[in-house]
Design a protein around this ligand. Structure first.
Ligand SMILES: CCCCCCCCCCCCC/C=C/[C@@H](O)[C@H](COP(=O)(O)O)NC(=O)CCCCCCCCCCCCCCC
Length: 218
């Protein structure tokens, strides 16, 4: 029965992952780092299940998730509970490279900014997926969302590689199947529910970074 246990363990529903983003917001609209990285963990799992071509993308995400988890579990972990407290703590203690990479190349603030930019891609992609029709192409939706957001922060070589990965994305039916949410109608409902939460988390983070002039951290 070991085989079925493994299958059980890997069974995965995108609904659960996107629900994680609902847990991100505290009562006073702070964003919990713990749930934020848990959301990303789930997305990485989803992406890995699409095939090996995507591991170069997920490796980077995994690396960044790990940096944040290390801070969270480290001796100054109490400052890393929310994005707001993290940014304040790192800025107050000069723990962020503001102009160019120097002694703090992997600050929590710059690391989270990379995931934050990717969250905008996700928001745009999911919205396209939500409003897509049977003959829509996931590769096109993905590329359009990427070109509108994350690509602006990537050098040519990464954009090129990302473009190649989009090209081999499975089609919409397989995609929906891997999401494991149910039929197309269910997917649309689930996305309609999840996207506003993701947008909210995105916007709160964006405002925080903008107020502190951190949107271009090296
Ligand atoms: C499902 C298809 C997945 C398409 C993913 C689209 C995003 C493409 C991003 C390509 C990133 C390539 C990897 C390299 C990135 C880094 O150079 C770059 C800069 O970092 P640095 O300043 O430390 O150098 N890193 C980043 O921009 C962070 C990228 C993180 C990408 C995470 C993407 C996760 C996608 C999750 C897919 C879930 C889809 C769910 C839809 C139902």
């Amino acid at each position: 029965m070991a085989g079925s246990a493994v299958i059980e363990e890997q069974k995965f529903s995108l609904q659960e992952v996107l629900d994680t983003f609902k847990l991100c917001l505290s009562e006073n609209q702070d964003v919990y780092v713990e749930h934020y990285v848990a959301g990303w963990r789930g997305l990485v799992k989803f992406m890995n299940s699409l095939g090996n071509v995507f591991t170069f993308i997920s490796k980077d995400a995994v690396n960044k998730i790990q940096i944040l988890v290390n801070f969270l579990n480290g001796e100054n972990g109490s400052h890393y509970v929310t994005i707001q407290s993290m940014v304040k703590y790192e800025l107050d203690n000069q723990l962020v490279d503001l102009e160019k990479r120097g002694s703090h190349p992997e600050s929590g603030s710059r690391t989270l900014l990379r995931l934050h930019r990717a969250l905008r891609w996700l928001e745009l992609f999911l919205e396209r997926l939500r409003t897509s029709t049977e003959d829509s192409k996931t590769s096109v939706m993905c590329a359009d969302a990427y070109n509108e957001s994350l690509s602006q922060h990537h050098p040519w070589v990464i954009r090129k590689a990302a473009g190649m990965a989009f090209y081999v994305l499975p089609g919409r039916p397989t995609f929906f199947e891997v999401m494991n949410v149910g039929g197309a109608e269910k997917v649309v409902d689930m996305l309609g529910d999840a996207i506003p939460m993701i947008s909210k988390v995105y916007q709160i983070t964006e405002d925080l970074y903008a107020q502190n002039n951190l949107l271009e951290l090296p």
